[in-house]
Design a binder for this molecule. Structure first.
Ligand SMILES: *Cc1c(COP(=O)(O)O)cnc(C)c1O
Length: 373
């Protein structure tokens, strides 16, 4: 927490607005759109809920296909299934680790030949690095396919100087506990399209028609952010720039220490933008490093240091067995070699040094194993 959160929570308590909705929610939405220069936003209970509402408002339904990044967190694509539609997965490129726009164009061509264009495209801004939105939009706008940016991990990142997610039909953000700023749980759906956001807002509050009694002509959801949670979010918005700086410094510190170690590579930063470096990720080539990603993870765990493999691609998930994938080798390689290192904004250089020393031990001890024959 940054410090001001408790002040806003106190305000919420004193006004006795311990309810969904209320002045903190309105203020959070207002401060969010001011900060990130997006015209309209609705605060919701999670990023997954935001994605669900976006797809629902676009009319995604049974029989539809939605193209999505394979390298992502599952909350990006479960809403496609909630709507009865089918996700089709697109591999990453090596430069940004985001949706490969060549593969996207090829898949859209295939869909066209089959006589059924995708109903939407969902690129994820992976690990806080923006997808190449202008190229994605160029491919999609030719066929008027709406793009929903999954920017859940990328708040505070920029693409050609603009906030992550801008330019898309709508963008999804998350304030889950693991994200760069958090409200303990929550999300936002943002867009330049006022109608889209007002429709999403309506659906997020059980689709109550205007009437003194409870009147419903549509099925809605209970997806609204609560006033208390929004109070935390207002405090967090004040520290987002500091958090991005902290995460970028952590990345730079790891990189300085490990960049000359053979068999270690860092997640690249695409030239078109500035990543928030939500997590610091390394790729480990075992033949050169002397140990594989899993050995390093287990070694860290033995020192009570948590690290995680890169997201397991959606096309490898048992629940999506048999779903279409275009490409796949890049995200599979990132999964097999990629390790997310501890990256919390509050880490001290002493903490980072501890992580580095365990990694270096693996390198030194393991070298013999993979020596080239
Ligand atoms: C966290 C995350 C989500 C889901 O957000 P929640 O608020 O946890 O529902 C969606 N997509 C990506 C890429 C995420 O990292």
């Amino acid at each position: 927490m940054g410090g001001d959160e408790i002040k806003y929570v106190q305000e919420a308590f004193e006004s006795n607005y311990i309810a969904p909705l209320g002045p903190q929610v309105d203020a959070f939405e207002r401060e969010f759109i001011e900060k990130f220069k997006i015209r309209y936003a609705v605060a919701l209970s999670s990023g997954t809920a935001a994605m669900h509402l976006a797809l629902r408002v676009l009319g995604v339904g049974p029989g539809d296909e939605v193209l999505a990044s394979s390298l992502t967190f599952i909350g990006s694509v479960t809403p496609v299934v909630f709507q009865g539609a089918t996700p089709v997965f697109i591999d990453s490129d090596c430069v940004s680790w985001n949706m490969d726009t060549e593969l996207l164009a090829e898949e859209i061509e295939l869909c066209k030949k089959r006589g059924r264009l995708p109903k939407a495209v969902i690129p994820t801004d992976i690990y806080g690095q923006c997808a190449d939105m202008d190229r994605i939009l160029a491919v999609c706008s030719e066929h008027a396919i709406p793009v929903i940016s999954d920017s859940a991990e990328a708040l505070g990142a920029t693409y050609k100087g603009r906030s992550a997610g801008t330019g898309a039909k709508a963008a999804v953000y998350s304030f889950n506990g693991n994200k760069i700023i958090t409200t303990s749980g929550g999300g936002i759906l943002a867009s330049e399209d006022e109608k889209m956001i007002s429709h999403a807002r309506f659906l997020s509050q059980q689709a109550r028609d205007p009437a003194p009694h409870y009147e419903h002509t549509q099925i809605g959801y209970n997806y609204r952010m609560s006033n208390i949670v929004a109070a935390i979010g207002r405090g967090q918005l004040k520290v987002i720039d500091d958090r991005v700086e902290a995460r970028r410094n952590i990345f730079a510190y790891y990189q300085k220490a490990l960049c000359n170690v053979s068999g270690v590579e860092f997640m690249p930063e695409a030239s078109y933008g500035r990543s928030n470096r939500w997590l610091t990720i390394i790729l480990i080539t075992p033949e050169e490093f002397g140990a594989d990603r899993e050995e390093v993870r287990v070694a860290l765990e033995r020192h009570n240091i948590e690290s995680r493999p890169v997201w397991k691609p959606m096309h490898l998930q048992p629940v999506f067995k048999g779903y279409r994938i275009r490409g796949g080798a890049v995200s599979e390689d990132l999964f097999h070699r990629g390790l997310c290192l501890p990256s919390g904004s509050a880490m001290t250089t002493g903490d980072i040094d501890r992580v580095i020393s365990v990694i270096m031990d693996c390198h030194k001890k393991g070298r013999w194993k993979y020596r080239k024959r």
